[in-house]
Design a protein around this ligand. Sequence first.
Ligand SMILES: Nc1ncnc2c1ncn2[C@@H]1O[C@H](COP(=O)(O)OP(=O)(O)OP(=O)(O)O)[C@@H](O)[C@H]1O
Length: 584
Amino acid sequence: MIEAFRKIWRFAGEERANINKSVAVKFLNAVFHMLEVSAIYFVIVALTQGVAGNDAAWTALAFMAVSIIGNAVTTAFSKNQQTHAGYFMAANERIKIGNLLKGVPMGFFNENSLGEVTGVCTTVLGNIEMLVPMVLVDIMGGLIGTVVFTAMILVFEWRVGLVALAGIFVYFLIVSSMEKKSAAIAPNAQKSQTALTSAVLEYVQGMGIVKSFNLSGRGDKRAQDALEYNRKSNLDMEKLMTPYTIFQELVLQIAGIAMMSVSIFCWIDGTMSIANALMCIVMSFLVFGQIKLFGMGMSMLRLASASIDRTLQTEGMEQMDEKGKAFSPKSHGIEFKNVHFSYGNTPTAGGREILHGIDVTLPDRTTTAVIGPSGSGKTTLCNLIARFWDVDSGSVKIGGKDVREYTLESLMEQISMVFQNVYLFADTIENNIKFGRPQATHAEVAEAARKACCADFIEALSDGYDTVIGEGGASLSGGEKQRISIARAMLKDAPIVILDEATANVDPENEDRLQKAIEELTRDKTIIMIAHRLKTVRNSDQILVVDEGRIVQKGKHEELIGQEGIYADFVLGRKEAIGWKLNA
Ligand SMILES: Nc1ncnc2c1ncn2[C@@H]1O[C@H](COP(=O)(O)OP(=O)(O)OP(=O)(O)O)[C@@H](O)[C@H]1O
């Protein structure tokens, strides 16, 4: 329990100052609440002593007024501090995770589904935002309040105070037992929430496939299972909490009745004045407010602690460039030296080696075309340059330096990537292009768009560059998206371009424009391109033929076409070749 509290306190970090303020104000709030008791006391004393006049009534009224105003102000202030602390705690953590995600190997997304990270950034941090300040303020405020008010009652009337103390002690035992039990079950409840987010995300993303294969009802099996798991874990949590909550309430009721009974007995045997006895009865209704607050905080302690564990687990993701240096090489030749690579021991990869001893040099400012059958390892080879993954053995060098020696930032400054599956953000076209260089001016964006042959269609849109496109570029055609991504790469103007030539979604007119855009982008750069068009392949400085993770042929078109082998077969018989991605 103390360890869980400490963990939450540590996690609160810079927001601890706001939590402290909130606790202090919460205590003041309880003091204002107690002013109501003083007001009642004046009335009781006046009534029992038969004092004539309105003085007691006015004094009581004044106390009540101060109590109500004080209550309202302190409640608002305390809530404000709590909300501020919770919001910033979660927001800072989301930014931290976002930054860490930039530095993880792509394999991270294989092993931990994207839904898992989404779950942490939405549900789990949502819980933290609400629970952590509440738990800290309620536990600390409740404890301080309980100690102070119990001490006050003990001073006022020690016999009644002892009864209150006994009630609080039993309540404390029940809360601590509940807290221990919930420690075992809370992580499960937390896990079920992220699993649900993950499953729902996958379900929504795969909706197109579900509909096209008419699988509605079957395609949502994972979402259904996750819902069931979530329902069960929430119910388990409730089942555990409910008896404890009832028991806690019962103990406080009994303690309250006992306080009243002791007061009455003491008055009957003449050891307590009627005014004090009535006052103790009033206090028996109010004294347990603070310990209830403490109990509420404790019931949420484990859930908050489990949320923090889950967040810290995500925060512990492996980072790639902890030892890197910022390099800016003069030459941008790329060198693969005896590269062996596997996607690791994930269920899909199964530890299988994908690239077996790749040895090749891509000289500075030359174009290398990579061709080969589907699944031969072309994309994998290209992705190793940008360190989407790290090699198992051997090395990949840029400008003579191993890519692992660069910081990720300085490495990515050297590289522009244009994928077949273009992702555009739900933002304006201008900002999507600017993603390549955020500080670019509008004139530079327009120039890049012109060179990438997309200025015409952008300017024809009613809002031009300010047109907001749907998430993933939903409102644009495949060819339009591809050209925007080329404009983005053009604006970045990196010395190395990794390109996956488009094969799909491009009509002949668009293909021509796309080709022009690519020619502009790749001028005077080091290019490695997964090529699908014979024309592109033929004009390259070097062709690499990849088959089953090995470079089986290497050279220019004229050299390779004269050799017996895959390349010649491919060129001659490409129309019949099955599984080859080549559109001449
Ligand atoms: N993220 C991944 N995790 C595990 N295995 C992968 C992953 N990506 C690719 N593979 C496997 O690595 C092998 C090479 O894939 P790669 O995508 O590099 O081939 P490719 O030649 O680019 O194929 P295509 O032309 O179809 O795009 C394939 O057997 C594939 O199943």
